[in-house]
Write a protein that binds this ligand. Sequence first.
Ligand SMILES: Cc1cc2nc3c(=O)[nH]c(=O)nc-3n(C[C@H](O)[C@H](O)[C@H](O)COP(=O)(O)OP(=O)(O)OC[C@H]3O[C@@H](n4cnc5c(N)ncnc54)[C@H](O)[C@@H]3O)c2cc1C
Length: 261
Amino acid sequence: MTDALPETVMAALEDPFATPMPGTRKLHFEVVATGQLTPHMQRIELTAAELDDFAYQPGQDVMVLVAADGNRPVRRRYTIRHFDPARRLLTIDVVLHGEGPGERWVRSARPGDRIEGIGPRGKVFPSPAADWHLFMGDEAALPAILAMTESLPGDSEATLVLEVPEEADEQDYAAAARTRASYLHRLGRPAGDPALLVAEAGAVELPPGQGHAYLLGEARVVLAMREALAARGLPQDQMSPKAYWGRGRANAGHGEPARDG
Ligand SMILES: Cc1cc2nc3c(=O)[nH]c(=O)nc-3n(C[C@H](O)[C@H](O)[C@H](O)COP(=O)(O)OP(=O)(O)OC[C@H]3O[C@@H](n4cnc5c(N)ncnc54)[C@H](O)[C@@H]3O)c2cc1C
């Protein structure tokens, strides 16, 4: 059993989240299970006493304290893929992309290991006003897109456009809604290259009625998808863009892409 951060390091942290924001709580997670889901995705099951009466919206995430940079906490955010209240089991799926403090924690995590979390976080979840939903994103967004899709009622309609490294990274999902999913395979192209998703944002069918687009993934790709859909007449208030990571640059200590530079 290993703590993500030793107690002495925890005690010395200058932590902006020492008191969690309203609507969130500290979660003293223990790893229950970990295993590879697809070639580039690791699934981790976590439990915590604080998961009793835990409530969240599909698409929301937890922020975990993966490392310290001197006395500054380094947190990373991962979407809640499943939650089983009876067993107090929360599942996250994490991309194996290469190198970073989040990636290092994920690769080394073993059952019994402990890590501090805060949640639920996040403001992107399915719009109840929408006649149709368009979900677009890369593999980091797969857990959010599949969790939101699976939560839609049976009379709703959703299009999913999902970029993954290769065919073996595709995942099944169980949705009541009418869905159409297309997977875009990078096949050796670097993650964060805008070509595939932005071309699809310019071409994907936008059905009649009021729709809502959820654009998730690499920061510049999200921005370019938003511009492509805006150019096709989709109003800004019918889009929920969210940058998950920035190509060539580590996320900031609060778990989102750094804004400067
Ligand atoms: C609200 C929210 C929800 C998220 N949900 C999930 C989720 O469910 N699953 C998930 O895997 N990620 C998710 N992310 C993204 C994840 O938090 C980032 O990818 C994060 O940067 C990973 O941290 P790290 O320490 O491994 O890498 P960092 O230290 O942040 O980055 C190190 C290097 O790796 C690169 N990098 C980082 N992420 C990726 C990536 N996905 N693909 C390719 N290169 C990358 C960076 O460009 C940098 O060069 C979410 C992010 C947000 C804001």
